[in-house]
Design a protein around this ligand. Structure first.
Ligand SMILES: *Cc1c(COP(=O)(O)O)cnc(C)c1O
Length: 287
């Protein structure tokens, strides 16, 4: 199909960046961790869902650095037994479970002050690791990429996209596939993290490929992702890489990409989270 549409597709395998600190989370954490160390933080605290790639990566990083970690998790304490949080606990992460309502307070200064008082000296990292210090680590990715007309990636909290935009080469347009129902605010979040993005015409968000919302995946889409995974001989999971790849292929089919373009797909990792989807996991392991 790529040949028929006159396209070249290269996959940047950030899923293979590190054995336990997955893809874009490693890049986003690099300078955050450096800052925490330079401030002599006594520990690291952050927020995430029960299958969070970010908390998983943070737990592994804290373990490697000898720093205690705390994960504030949205959901029931029973989730502590799932593969993601079992790994995190094995790396020494302490977990605090909050309900949906409590989790909404994760950006709230009162809640953050309360956590800071309970964990004195801890370095607090926002959900997904998306903050100003996440950008330079992501920007370094350009040094490893081949020259291309288009860079394609999944987008959730926007930190990875903002980091890429902060060092975007003139010739490369970036297309982000929103994996959640983002609509208007997602572009604003990206611009909030990297204000020059507001005046940059070299990027776009595809908002109609979220397949029902974050971590939701229709059966037909799931089958299509497994099929793509086999065709490309590439491990994909249905939350990020699979959803974005499926969106890309549907857009290619619809003629959205100009013939003659060299596309690079950024595989942001996150395969550990796929352990919640056994069928896709199997195709991932076939690699
Ligand atoms: C967190 C994550 C993303 C989304 O990155 P953002 O910077 O939040 O947009 C994409 N892919 C994977 C595998 C992730 O874990």
């Amino acid at each position: 199909m790529l040949t028929r549409h006159g396209l070249i597709l290269h996959v940047q395998r950030d899923d293979r960046l590190h054995v336990s600190i997955s893809g874009n989370k490693w890049r986003k954490l690099k300078y955050v961790l450096r800052q925490a160390l330079s401030e002599r933080a006594t520990g690291l605290l952050s927020f995430g869902g029960a299958w969070s790639n970010h908390l998983h990566a943070l737990a592994a990083a804290g373990h490697a650095l000898g720093l205690p970690t705390v994960g504030v998790v949205r959901g029931e304490p029973e989730y502590a037994a799932n593969p993601t949080l079992t790994d995190a606990r094995a790396w020494g992460m302490a977990l605090e479970f909050v309900d949906r309502q409590g989790y909404r307070r994760r950006h709230d200064s009162g809640f953050l002050a309360e956590l800071a008082a309970r964990y004195p000296g801890f370095y607090l990292i926002p959900e997904g690791g998306s903050c100003a210090l996440a950008l330079p680590g992501v920007a370094e990715l350009w040094r490893e990429l081949p020259a291309c007309d288009r860079l394609v990636l999944p987008v959730a909290s926007g930190g990875t996209l903002a980091g890429l935009l902060s060092a975007r080469p003139e010739r490369t347009v970036i297309t982000g596939y929103a994996v959640l129902k983002g609509q208007g605010w997602l572009a604003d979040t990206v611009c909030g993290l990297h204000p020059p993005a507001a005046g940059d015409a070299g990027w776009q968000l595809r908002l109609d490929h979220h397949g029902g919302g974050y971590a939701k995946c229709r059966d037909a889409d799931r089958r299509a992702i497994v099929e793509l995974s086999h065709t490309l001989n590439l491990p994909l999971e249905p939350v990020y890489s699979g959803k974005a790849m499926l969106g890309l292929f549907r857009d290619i089919e619809a003629g959205h990409y100009t013939s003659g373009s060299h596309l690079v797909f950024l595989h942001t990792g996150g395969l550990q989270g796929a352990r919640s989807y056994t069928s896709v996991k199997r195709s991932g392991q076939a690699k």
